[in-house]
Write a protein that binds this ligand. Structure first.
Ligand code: XMP
Length: 315
């Protein structure tokens, strides 16, 4: 794609041809689905409805942030609360691909009922090229099943509409600028949410720990960026590991959990480099996580692996 204005005009025409009636849009608050949503809304107007699912696997203050972002992008939307349902389908699941499959299926079931309520069978997603390439569309092995790809089971009556499926991230940003969508002030966040940052069982308790740890990493890294101690990384987050470790609080031995912190630089997420974060920043992160999750998390590790051979997320 060379010309964002031409892409917008052509895509609006394509959406009108592809969607004769109404459509619902899976809106995550990320730049991809917001851009897809604006294009569809421009094409269909009142015949489109954007839906944001509160999975219970979101980051701290996510619903508020996303709602503000939609308003700034002039996107009408609806929030659907569904935490109980997601914790239910994830009960006792530890395999990363199984988590992704179940989350994908739960999203689809939810969108099926929303679509029925709205009177349509068209579901718009903000899938972009790296999503389906990494889900096995072009590579021999499936690296990860991105939750927004391939999640539509054969028996579903939903028809997918993916206006951005041939674009890469920088191209999506150019289209977003063309549409007057503000650049997302938050870093990319995976569709399956904190479920893929909680290794092992996904319980409300463990997700809460991951949420607190992620918020601390975000705050401390953003503070370092504002102070110009480091340049803005591509992504910075915490992962709750599937191991336990011994620690001490006061005079007590604690058998707690461990968190790994990941800060990476990247251009398009296809490759990434672990960032050389100053020790002082890492120390504040470790101190805050073990203090604010006292007795729950007793170790904080920093990850130095690049992509490849690792991926950006752990699961
Ligand atoms: P990986 O971990 O594969 O991640 O190196 C590459 C980029 O994609 C994000 N990511 C996802 N985004 N649905 C998404 O929309 C997903 O299932 C998903 N999994 C990973 C990840 O945060 C990184 O930016």
């Amino acid at each position: 794609m060379n010309d964002p204005a031409a892409f917008v005009t052509e895509t609006i025409a394509r959406i009108r041809a592809e969607v004769p009636g109404k459509a619902i849009i899976a809106a995550s608050g990320g730049i991809d689905s917001t851009t897809a949503a604006r294009l569809v809304q421009k094409a269909l107007g009142e015949r489109a409805r954007a839906i944001f699912v509160d999975t219970g696997l979101l980051r701290a203050r996510e619903v508020e942030h996303v709602s503000e972002y939609f308003r700034a992008s002039r996107l009408p939307f609806e929030v659907v609360p569904a935490a109980d349902r997601f914790f239910e389908v994830l009960r006792d699941v530890t395999d990363p691909e199984e988590k992704r499959r179940r989350i994908g299926a739960a999203f689809i079931r939810l969108f099926e009922s929303e679509a029925e309520r709205f009177g349509t069978d068209r579901l718009v997603q903000g899938t972009i090229a790296p999503d389906w390439i990494e889900s096995g569309g072009a590579l021999r092995d499936t690296i990860k099943t991105h939750h927004n790809v391939g999640g539509v089971p054969k028996d579903s009556r939903l028809v997918l509409v993916e206006p951005l499926r041939d674009l890469y991230k920088d191209e999506v940003r150019a289209v977003a600028r063309e549409l007057g969508i503000p650049s997302a002030d938050r870093q990319p966040f995976p569709g399956p949410g904190l479920a893929v940052r909680v290794h092992g069982p996904v319980t409300p308790e463990r997700v809460r720990r991951a949420r607190v740890a992620n918020a601390i990493v975000e705050e401390e890294v953003e503070r370092a960026v504002s102070a110009k101690t480091i340049s803005r990384p591509w992504q910075y987050f915490a992962v709750l590991l599937p191991v336990r470790a011994v620690g001490v609080t006061g005079d007590n031995r604690v058998y707690g959990e461990a968190v790994s912190v990941r800060v990476v630089e990247s251009i398009d997420a296809m490759t990434a480099t672990s960032m050389d974060v100053p020790r002082a920043v890492l120390k504040s992160i470790a101190e805050r996580i073990t203090r604010e999750l006292s007795g729950e998390v007793v170790r904080v590790l920093y990850e130095v692996t690049d992509k490849p051979p690792a991926t950006i997320e752990w699961e």
